[in-house]
Design a protein around this ligand. Sequence first.
Ligand SMILES: [Zn+2]
Length: 154
Amino acid sequence: MGKEYSSAPEIEQIAERLIEHFKPDLEGFDITYIFCSENPKKAGREVTALARKVIGLNAWLAGFPDGFFVMEVGLPAWAELTPEQKIAVVHHELCHFGVDDEGFLTLIPHDIEEFNEIARTHGAYHDGLVSFGHALQHGNESSRSEILEKILNG
Ligand SMILES: [Zn+2]
């Protein structure tokens, strides 16, 4: 059986609350939230979710010749997540959407692209990794509490 897609109101609800409270730049832009019966793959590796822009023939056929934006979440991976992890995943994917200089929605790459092997060997060998390392150690308890409070309790 092939992949099956379905609409994802659960994702949309989390995303809309995150946008309202923490990502106001994204307000008013259309993002389609979908579940896939299989976890999406990026560069051959299974991931929980993906932010993508559908372009070309598929976009044209769907009636959006200029393309449209999708947050795709794999149902198998999603089913394993705690409510807190679900919010973190959706927050992560929303960080892939941004507004360009001309006011159009655009895709944003990760702040950090790195290999475990390099981290194990060289540690935080540039400033971006140093600040990421600090952030990773602790997160921000009060920001996290605020997000959980606002998203989980409406
Ligand atoms: Zn990502």
